[in-house]
Design a protein around this ligand. Structure first.
Ligand code: SF4
Length: 67
């Protein structure tokens, strides 16, 4: 079981969660970032700084044009 406090605060509204639930994104992204205290997540950093970023930007900062 994942501890709730390790889950990123943006998880409920993050497009990464949506893409994963839709079967479009590998669970590893969710496990390594969203359920891992948003460690090194570029999406999280952009959110915190108020920097606009597209929905299809992955947690490592790369763009996935298939999303
Ligand atoms: S992708 Fe990043 S910002 Fe979105 S829920 Fe996961 S860790 Fe948080």
């Amino acid at each position: 079981m994942q501890s709730m406090r390790k889950i990123c605060k943006h998880y409920p509204n993050c497009p990464m969660k949506r893409f994963w639930l839709q079967g479009k994104l590998d669970k590893e992204w969710i496990k390594n970032y969203c359920w891992n205290e948003h460690k090194n997540c570029k999406r999280y950093e952009a959110e915190e700084k108020g920097i606009p970023h597209p929905d299809n930007m992955l947690p490592d900062g790369t763009i996935n044009k298939k999303l």
